[in-house]
Design a protein around this ligand. Sequence first.
Ligand code: A2P
Length: 218
Amino acid sequence: CSMVETSLPFYFGWFLCPTQQEKLRNMANEFLSAVGSLEAFKEHVGDFAGEAEKEVNLQQYFQDKGVLHCTTKFCDYGKANGAKEYAEKQVVRESYGSKADLVLTALFLTPRTLGAQVSLTEAQLQLWPEDAEKEAVQSADLPRGSRAHVTLGCAEGVDPVQTGLDLLEVVLQCQQGDKGEHVQDLELGPLTYYGKGVWMVKLSEPLNTPAIFSSFYG
Ligand code: A2P
């Protein structure tokens, strides 16, 4: 019926509970403070601030993008490819409103975005669109779910969709044998620099985050 046609959401995803959002934001702040104060970061500050500036305040650099979540399918109210098919999948209908434990394995920042990498379980991958990685990087065969992330902030003028693309670039770089440069061990875990202002800390204790599979209408 036409109700179905008009009721497709802006996107589907796992939404973090408020206490978990706060925990993750605190962790992200810790990450920004730690990276921002490193000599190694200051040497590469031009990636963030342009040649003229010597310093950048990362806390101010990244703007908050609202409720923390891991997007599964961006539907754009039905305008996005495969939106209707996704919404009608049995597993999507059955999982709607259910709780999942997301595992966050890394935090990363680039001149464009700040995000957390999510490592999906086999069960969670059932809700992951087949073509999420291919849609972003046509030329490579990236593991399913490797785009999964939580956007924690974006530089001025950057849209959140960029966070997953930035993450895939790191995944691609690693797949091609470039493991980056180990900078030092932060309290959160080992920090790697991938060049061009891309920094990632692999969490020595992955963060388990309860989240609800639902949708956002905006
Ligand atoms: P993300 O999942 O990286 O946070 P916006 O605020 O730009 O309208 O986006 C709303 C949400 O949908 C954000 O969570 C965003 O990115 C995600 N999103 C936007 N566009 C796309 C897209 N083309 N593909 C996948 N996710 C998208």
